[in-house]
Design a protein around this ligand. Sequence first.
Ligand code: SF4
Length: 138
Amino acid sequence: MSQNRTINSTNEKETTTVCCTTCPKECVITIVLKQGELIAVTGQGCKRGKQFAKKEISSPERTLTSTVIVDCGGTVQLLPVKTAASIPKNDMVQVMNVIRKTRLTYPCQLGDVVIPNICGTGVDLVACRSIREVNHAR
Ligand code: SF4
């Protein structure tokens, strides 16, 4: 996500633009802060955008997607995974470090919990597809 900040020192207002990730419309939202307090939100296509803006300035969260290596008995495949809900952006590096070290053995089922409560976030890492048999076509 891109984020641009400008600070107007004459009246201590800070303007930030963020891209709402709540739905595919991806509205560009302008957030105006004064002394750290939210005073205006514009550009949102619906009321969820204002909630996203509030969250974005206090404790931003994202759903993380990645892949995990699966040992298929002599070959490896990459299993797409994602967090079952959004997690704090501050936890992303720690979570990715755990994902990179994770090795599974097949079979894997779509929706399987790959890592429960990953890094103590309270959110499970889940499989986004199934690997039922070894794919030798490479
Ligand atoms: S503000 Fe509303 S319409 Fe726009 S991206 Fe966010 S959820 Fe979607």
